[in-house]
Design a protein around this ligand. Sequence first.
Ligand code: GDP
Ligand code: MN
Length: 397
Amino acid sequence: MNLHEFQGKQILASYGVRVQRGHVANTAEEAVTAAKQLTEETGTGWHVVKAQIHAGGRGKGGGVKLAKNLDQVKEIAGQIIGMDLITPQTPPTGKRVNKVLIAEDVYYPGDSETSEFYMSVLLNRATGKNMIMYSTEGGMDIEEVAEKTPHLIFTEEIEPSVGLQGFQARKIAFNLGLSGAAFKEMVKFVDALYKAYVGCDASMFEINPVLKSSDDKIIAVDAKVTLDDNALYRHADYAEMRDTTEERPIEVEAKAAGLNYVDLDGTVGCMVNGAGLAMATMDLIKYAGFEPANFLDVGGTADAKRVEIAFRIILKDPNVKAILINIFGGIVRCDRVAQGIVDAYKNMGDDIKVPIIVRLQGTNADLAKQIIDESGMPILSAIEFQEASDRVKEALS
Ligand code: GDP
Ligand code: MN
């Protein structure tokens, strides 16, 4: 689950990570109230108005702006709220901004004593360890740094059962060129950041930039936080942080139905049990010369009800010209799945206007084919992978 910057910062702050403070606002008026409140709390005169969308590169797209007085806060917030913000990480049409974060200016006017660093915490799947990636080249595109000056990116691997060791935090502060008070602050920052990463069951933190202010404070100015969906049950309080307006509506609906669904650009809808078979099915479609319209894993229980829900979700995509159902009957028997498909089809009547190709393999596959062929429904059946591929070609040519 991806979080907004303001939510990520809330979590970081709760673990003692120093963050650029701020308040979220839904309207230009609320932005002014937020700015006034922030001035009372922090003494800041200048404010940064930051678009809250699930995408980075907002600064470049005009979604992060400095306001030097309350009139500017109102004006800028008014411009940013409601805009379709286009950044290198959004779709080409941009993302609608519904909220802004009004944050304290931490760069202080005319300040040349600041430095910006990059820091992320993530899982290195190859070694099974957590990893802190960091760089002196903060505030800019890390992909570009990785390409042009890879020697300026450092990594520190952390054994999860042991945790971050003091010497590791000191090494990071040292490699970032810090000394004195800033060095100590960075050690504390890294320690708190790692505790937050483990504590909230994140799968990724990316803080870019981490700022060293002129008074040697280390501050998370940005926060990109992704939580591990599989651990969300341990954090009931984070559930409300989900912003479904950031997700594709069709994917939200599929998730609510317990289906693993990812919307894609092609024309052949897929209904498959098991993620591996779903991947293979997408390959099969490409091999036949077409593109998959989705990834859909219906899971173990492919009964009539689930099949019908899956049908309805796939058919919401207007690009779908055919549906390929590819089910392996291992635990679930193919004849039961076949009956489920036939029942769902009957139930949906005229709602299905595209050809359906069904490939059932495994226990009772022959019986399943018979059920489909004798159902009187216009469903094309197959047992072998190649047959299924040929049927898709026939249906679409
Ligand atoms: P991103 O563009 O989506 O990564 O958003 P960031 O939160 O990283 O903000 C973009 C840029 O805005 C940062 O790299 C900073 O240069 C700038 N910025 C952020 N906070 C402040 C601030 O308090 N004062 C000033 N002057 N600039 C800021
Ligand atoms: Mn950033």
